[in-house]
Design a protein around this ligand. Structure first.
Ligand SMILES: Nc1ncnc2c1ncn2[C@@H]1O[C@H](COP(=O)(O)OP(=O)(O)OP(=O)(O)O)[C@@H](O)[C@H]1O
Ligand SMILES: Cc1cn([C@H]2C[C@H](O)[C@@H](COP(=O)(O)O)O2)c(=O)[nH]c1=O
Length: 711
């Protein structure tokens, strides 16, 4: 899933997408150019500096207003009508509207009329953008296979936010600078007038391109009958769809959370910058770093996180943006603040990319336009609200100096607001993560860490049954076999289907592996890695053929050794790395974890003495004492790290004492009344009658392996 340059080249080889991408690039360029050219044009109509400033910001505010009115129904257009025609119509409208602004000025030469028309045109242009964007966003999935959405979005976002704005600014700068050269050509040659005509012409070309050269944008529309439901019904349908889909809701919530944080950041930005004592330019430097982070997140995020679940990545990225905001809120120095800004950008960029890609995948074609419109509109509204509320608040109350001991931080309202934004964004990130998590039970940080190293953890394959899985672990001669037999016998007596099994060797293949690993010596002995893989192969077969089926039947499975043995013997004993070995086993077992692991802790020397019983022992029992010490340490560490799942018992107790403690723990978990359990210890064959019983045969029954005719 991690995409590379090769993925981007692949999507660009798809002709309809390549054309759409070119259209998008030019449209974004045109949008930025139109926005700043109209604002600049409005400014140029006045001489008074205050009026100039007001004209500039009023033009931008006018662009945001239509979201409130047209927003709710903008997406309906994308889902209701042919998207190709919708886009072409919007481009034509933009062509006419943008060209009309300087034309009205040139014809009337009247500032009041021009300003009035400019205001109307601004609102209509934004209306066209609001309808055009969801249609384009919803069209992308019709041109590409789903696994290419991410690369396509990377390309589109990089174009919209990385390439188009600097190009637009460069063109405006060139026009401004060139003004002197063609100043005598008359009012139509003024820089902003040229910019507006240039932009208008571009939208004219785009309308023709979309209409005649990318028929694929029409997608399903060409194949289905025209819709007969009302626009209002379409809107309600979109809203109901969003509310009923948990993942879609999580996605939208997370994205809007990120936008509210961005709004607060922009709102408090200029005031906050003054608390850094870094001069006038601090705000702009912060903005540059924010965009650098944003670009890096979009460009390198997917490569960095590799195969990490995109649903998880989305929530994590939003939390990361929250961490960046918190860093900015407490930053005592400019460099910390710049770091915070990069982190915010990284998180926001990755969340944006993951969010759009997921939304394209999660929503059906006929509803997609409304989902994208909802996001676009809500984002604008939230941005505006957050900016307008936080900007005046930021300057409220004088700042105080907070002495941190090593330095002083200026505690101001802007920092408090940043902190509020950080908490809000992080909370929404966590909420989105929880509502969309596709790998429940897989530890988040371990999953992230493994993914960064190229080996994501898989979600556990669920067990469709109510069985219970108990494992005995411990060093050589700890008494595992003795205790597993006792426990299984007791469970059978209690009426449970108890399946007594072991590793290695519970299956046919397992038995052959056992011989290979334990009995081959000298040159024919497996090397450490082969040994680890052989144990994992035995385990995979064991889980698939014995453990899972039994758990699915509702049985209690009692296994003599499981994954921890590999982590301890191969991971630590052979020094292959505990995480690596655990990952291999986790993959082999589909993430099946025991409900209870009983660790019988034994001094290696004493255990080996018991296990060898005067003989030489198998290949692993012959290892140095050091090796067995490492094995013991690792067992103890594993148990300490997950105390609820483990029962650690010193193996020095008598077999009966240990058996009673084990029964108690199992009884508690199986919800058998301990009182009842205790009263039946007099069953012949358990405890006192058979102190040295350690094989099922001692109780007159057999293990899984023996039932299958194996020793
Ligand atoms: N609690 C105990 N105290 C003393 N001896 C015990 C105890 N439990 C088991 N034994 C004895 O120790 C020897 C090894 O026991 P067992 O085979 O149950 O250990 P194990 O952990 O399964 O060994 P291995 O790792 O070699 O499979 C046996 O002779 C058994 O009778
Ligand atoms: C499952 C498993 C086992 N081992 C080692 C541990 C023991 O030395 C033998 C098994 O012998 P036992 O008498 O049946 O206990 O194999 C290992 O190294 N790694 C494993 O994953």
């Amino acid at each position: 899933m991690a995409n590379t340059l090769a993925d981007i080249q692949t999507v660009l080889r798809i002709r309809p997408f390549r054309r759409l991408w070119t259209v998008l690039g030019l449209a974004s360029f045109g949008d930025w150019l139109a926005l700043f050219a109209t604002a600049g044009f409005a400014q140029s109509l006045f001489d008074d500096p205050a009026a100039k400033g007001a004209a500039f910001s009023a033009t931008i505010v006018l662009r945001l207003l239509p979201s409130l009115v047209l927003g709710p129904v903008a997406g309906v257009f994308a889902d209701r009508f042919d998207r190709r025609k919708t886009m072409a119509a919007c481009d034509t409208a933009r062509f006419v509207l943008i060209a009309s602004v300087p034309t009205v000025y040139l014809i009337t030469n009247n500032t009041a009329v021009t300003v009035a028309w400019l205001a109307i045109a601004q609102v209509c242009i934004e209306g066209a953008v609001l309808i055009w964007s969801p249609a384009k966003e919803a069209a992308v999935p019709n041109l590409l296979p789903p696994e290419k959405y991410e690369a396509a979005n990377q390309l589109s976002l990089a174009t919209t936010y990385g390439l188009a704005p600097p190009l637009a600014f460069a063109v405006l700068a060139i026009l401004e600078r060139g003004q002197n050269v063609w100043a005598n050509l008359g009012p139509w040659a003024e820089p902003m007038v040229i910019a507006l005509y240039l932009t208008a012409a571009m939208f004219g070309i785009l309308a023709v391109t979309v209409y005649f050269f990318i028929p694929q944008i029409s997608g399903r529309y060409g194949q289905i009958a025209a819709k007969t439901s009302s626009v209002w019904n379409d809107f309600v349908e979109g809203w109901t769809y969003m509310r009923s889909r948990e993942r879609v809701r999580g996605l939208i919530l997370g994205m809007l959370g990120a936008f509210s944080g961005a709004g607060i950041l922009i709102g408090v930005g200029t005031v906050y910058a003054t608390t850094l004592d870094a001069g006038e330019a601090a705000f702009y430097i912060l903005a540059v770093f924010l965009f650098l982070g944003l670009g890096a997140g979009i460009a390198f995020g997917p490569k960095l996180i590799g195969e990490l679940s995109r649903l998880r990545w989305f929530g994590m990225s939003i939390v990361l943006a929250g961490v960046g905001l918190a860093l900015d809120a407490v930053a005592p120095w400019l460099w910390v603040s710049l770091l915070g800004s990069v982190v915010i950008g990284l998180g926001a960029g990755m969340a944006f990319l993951a969010g759009i890609t997921l939304l394209q995948r999660e929503t059906e074609d006929e509803i997609r336009g409304r989902m994208f419109a909802f996001i676009a509109v809500s984002a604008r509204v939230i941005l505006m609200l957050a900016m307008t509320v936080s900007a005046p608040l930021a300057g409220w109350q004088a700042a105080r100096q907070l002495d941190l001991g090593f330095t002083e931080v200026e505690l101001s309202m802007s920092r408090i607001l940043l902190f509020v934004a950080a908490a809000l964004v992080a909370w929404l990130g966590v909420t989105a993560f929880k509502s969309m998590d596709d790998k429940p039970g897989v530890p988040v940080l371990a999953d992230l860490w493994s993914s960064l190293r190229g080996r994501p953890l898989s979600a556990a394959v669920p067990v469709a049954g109510s069985g219970f899985f108990v494992v005995f672990e411990g060093g050589e001669g700890a008494g595992k076999s003795t205790q597993s037999v006792k426990l299984a016998a007791w469970l059978k007596l209690r009426g449970y289907e108890a399946v007594l099994t072991r590793e290695p060797g519970a299956t046919d293949i397992g038995m052959r592996i056992r011989t290979l690993v334990l009995d081959s010596g000298g040159d024919s002995a497996p090397g450490p890695r082969a040994e680890a893989l052989l144990f994992a192969a035995d385990r995979a077969q064991h889980v698939e053929k014995v453990v899972r089926p039994a758990l699915e039947r509702g049985a209690v499975v009692v296994s003599d050794r499981y994954i921890d043995s590999s982590i301890a013997y191969q991971g630590s004993g052979r020094d292959l790395g505990k995480d690596e070995v655990a990952w291999v086993s986790s993959w082999a077992t589909g993430g099946l974890k025991p409900d209870l692991t009983v660790l019988l802790d034994v001094e290696p020397q004493a255990g080996l003495h018991r296990a060898k019983a005067g003989g030489t022992g198998d290949r692993l029992e012959q290892e140095e004492l050091d090796y067995h010490e490492r094995v013991r340490e690792t067992f103890l560490h594993l148990a300490a790290a997950d105390a609820d799942r483990y029962l650690v018992l010193p193996a020095a107790g008598t077999p009966d004492e240990i058996a009673a403690a084990v029964r108690e723990a199992v009884a508690q978990r199986l919800d058998i009344r301990t009182q009842t359990a205790r009263t039946e210890t007099g069953w012949p064959g358990l405890d006192s009658d058979k102190h040295d019983a350690k094989t099922p045969g001692d109780y007159g029954w057999s293990t899984v392996a023996e039932e299958a005719g194996r020793p």
